[in-house]
Design a protein around this ligand. Structure first.
Ligand SMILES: Nc1ncnc2c1ncn2[C@@H]1O[C@H](COP(=O)(O)OP(=O)(O)OP(=O)(O)O)[C@@H](O)[C@H]1O
Length: 649
């Protein structure tokens, strides 16, 4: 399902313009929150949008409940609550020590300096030094505690996202692009860590510093103090406007970072295809376009920040200049002492950083809010394929292996057309059933329902009469060995790829599985089973990868085998050898076998013909050949050139 396809039903319904921002949030939720959908919605509607439908880019509407998801992250702060309180106290005490210095300076200037008393000067100088040292020690404690808590928090959330994504159903992964997920667990989390470790602390400390300093200024000389306070009001008003614009800009940049990560990942994975078709230029252009887009968005965001920083910088400095002139005049007319003026100016100096940093803190907070939104788009997706409370664990040796599909139907989430309709199949224990059908007829989808990668939307699938939904998911998947059309290997050793963490697997079992799959070549690799194979097994040939994946599926002799075209990349000679050995394995195993060539059909006891999502015939290979013209046509289409064409797809 493409993102644009997902947007169609939304566009069919006019949205009242006055509800646009809340509708936008609903749209995000409805489509799993993937930013890809948000952008395709944007592309599809702007400009020109059909009348009455969103015509403004949704990024500009990114306003509803901005801090809600950031606030929800507080649960992760709980384990660090004591440290955070200590951290805040240290930060406030450090600020208190800092604020005390100008007050001591006032005493120094009006006392020992005015009276030319050297001893008093030394004593007060000692106080200033002591306050300075205390402030430095407290700052050290704060920074140290801050870093430890924030890093701990970041790794807790990262673990949670990773675990959650592992539990989510395939349909989630169909929708979400891996680059977006990658950027969630890297850049989004760093943004949140930066906010929680610096932004939040400075927000609280700076706000309290501002209030304390303004109160002291008013106490020192109220007319000038009030002038300073009032001069900051426009800045606070401006900060609200800035924060709205900055939030939309930062969400756009974060999404585009995810898109770029996806492009890099896809082009690295598909490097062979890109090179084979000589499409490096195309991919470079695509990357360049996205990188430029990200660059422009980031520059736009930077410009917003620069503009706001300039204003936040200008106002305190202008006010300082006014205070210096007005203060000097007041001292001249004995309205205040010289010590008071020095203390006033020093205190006011202390306001520059809190005000100046306000723009940066707001920016940081906005980025953290949008990052939290993106993180909750993943965390809020509930796993839909889960154990029923009554589900039981079933061991391999308790299972006979009778498989039944009873009126099974399936429609992919987010689509309207059923891919499978009224599927009735009965596979006896130990029997091998081949699923045969034209490309796109639903074969892979059909076998994906058995390990519950997707949930059947109608009917029931049973193993030995027990519905698969009544078997605990781990135990269900433990009953079966599965291979996919595209064999996935990980950048681990051959042994780890074969056992995938199952400690009980013995070397003999591994040898046996490798022998059946005709994958003994691994013993000739430099470190045999301990040889680390490159990312996705790219250091191996397609046929070698496929044979390893087959060996992985049959290791430990599962009761049920689900094999999706297990020999498509294997040469004819090896295919015959694998088939011979596989025939012996299949003898005692119930198997569903998707096949694409006549020779593999011979492995099956019976064949089910799938056409447009429906089983149109079931029987032995020779029965179907004799009685079903569509089967004959399909098989004859597979031989010769057309077969080669099929595999080249
Ligand atoms: N994740 C998905 N979301 C939506 N539709 C899908 C998805 N995967 C497959 N489809 C659609 O379901 C239909 C059946 O696909 P499936 O992969 O099961 O066919 P197949 O018979 O295995 O094809 P092939 O022989 O080419 O592997 C196709 O029309 C395909 O476009």
């Amino acid at each position: 399902m493409t993102p644009d396809a997902a947007v169609e039903p939304v566009l069919a319904e006019p949205l009242p313009q006055d509800e646009v921002s809340s509708e936008f949030v609903v749209l995000v939720d409805t489509y799993g929150g993937s930013s890809a959908y948000v952008r395709s919605l944007r592309r599809a509607t702007s400009p020109p949008g059909p009348a009455g439908i969103l015509t403004t880019p949704p990024y500009d509407l990114y306003l509803a409940r901005p801090a809600h998801n950031l606030w929800r992250l507080r649960v992760y702060l709980r384990p660090y609550a004591a440290r955070l309180v200590a951290l805040m106290l240290a930060a406030l005490a450090a600020t208190g020590a800092g604020v005390a210095v100008p007050l001591v300076v006032e005493r120094v200037v009006d006392g020992p300096v005015a009276a030319r008393d050297p001893m008093g000067l030394v004593l007060l100088g000692g106080f200033v030094l002591a306050f300075g040292l205390i402030e430095a020690a407290l700052i050290f404690i704060r920074r140290w505690t801050q870093a430890a808590s924030a890093l701990g928090l970041e790794s807790t959330i990262r673990d949670e996202i990773y675990r959650h994504v592992q539990r989510l159903q395939m349909s989630f992964h169909d929708r979400w692009r891996s680059g977006q997920l990658l950027s969630h667990v890297t850049s989004d989390l760093s943004v949140i860590r930066r906010f929680l470790s610096f932004g939040l602390v400075f927000l609280v400390v700076n706000a309290l510093t501002f209030i304390a300093v303004v109160a002291l200024l008013i106490r020192l000389h109220w007319p000038l103090g009030v002038l300073v306070a009032v001069s900051h009001i426009p800045l606070f008003l401006f900060s609200f406007r800035f924060s709205r614009a900055y939030m939309a800009a930062s969400r756009r940049v974060q999404d585009e970072q995810g898109d770029l990560a996806t492009t890099i990942e896809e082009s690295t994975q598909g490097l062979r295809t890109v090179k084979a078709f000589g499409r490096q230029g195309l991919m470079t252009d695509r990357f360049g376009r996205q990188a430029r887009q990200l660059h422009n968005s980031a520059i736009g965001k930077g410009r917003l920040l620069a503009l706001s920083s300039a204003r936040f910088d200008l106002v305190p400095n202008l006010t300082l200049a006014v205070v210096l002139v007005a203060g000097a005049a007041t001292v001249a007319t004995d309205g205040m002492t010289l010590g008071q003026l020095v203390a006033f100016v020093t205190l006011q100096w202390m306001l520059i950083w809190p005000v100046e940093s306000l723009g940066w803190i707001i920016a940081n907070a906005q980025e953290a809010m949008t990052a939290a939104d993106r993180i909750y788009e993943v965390l809020d997706t509930r796993p839909s394929i889960i154990d029923r409370p009554t589900a039981v664990a079933v061991a391999n040796d308790q299972v006979q292996g009778r498989l039944r599909f009873e009126a099974v139907a399936f429609t992919y989430p987010g689509t309207d057309t059923p891919v499978l309709r009224r599927i009735d199949l009965d596979v006896r224990p130990g029997e091998t059933l081949a699923i045969v059908g034209a490309t796109g007829s639903g074969k892979t989808t059909l076998i994906s329902l058995l390990p519950r990668f997707y949930e059947a939307t109608g009917g029931a699938i049973t193993i030995d009469g027990r519905e698969i939904r009544d078997i605990q998911l781990n135990s269900l998947r433990g009953l079966m060995g599965v291979t996919f059309e595209d064999p996935t290997l990980f950048s681990m050793s051959v042994r780890e790829n074969l056992t995938l963490g199952r400690r009980e697997t013995t070397d003999d079992e591994i040898y046996e599985a490798l022998r059946v799959a005709q994958a003994e070549f691994v013993y000739e690799l430099p470190w045999a089973l301990d040889t680390r194979i490159g990312e996705q097994g790219l250091s191996l040939s397609g046929g070698q990868r496929q044979r390893l994946a087959l060996a992985r599926a049959i290791i430990g002799r599962p009761k049920i085998l689900v094999l999706d075209d297990p020999l498509s990349s294997v040469d004819v000679h090896t295919e015959a050898l694998v088939e011979d050995a596989l025939a012996r394995v299949l003898h005692g195993t119930t198997a569903l076998l998707v096949v694409h060539r006549p020779s593999t059909v011979a492995l099956a006891d019976r064949v089910a013909l799938l056409a447009d999502g429906e089983i149109t015939a079931v029987g032995t290979h020779s029965e179907l050949l004799a009685t079903v013209p569509a089967y004959r046509d399909l098989l004859s289409g597979w031989s010769g050139d057309s077969e080669a064409a099929h595999h080249a797809q």
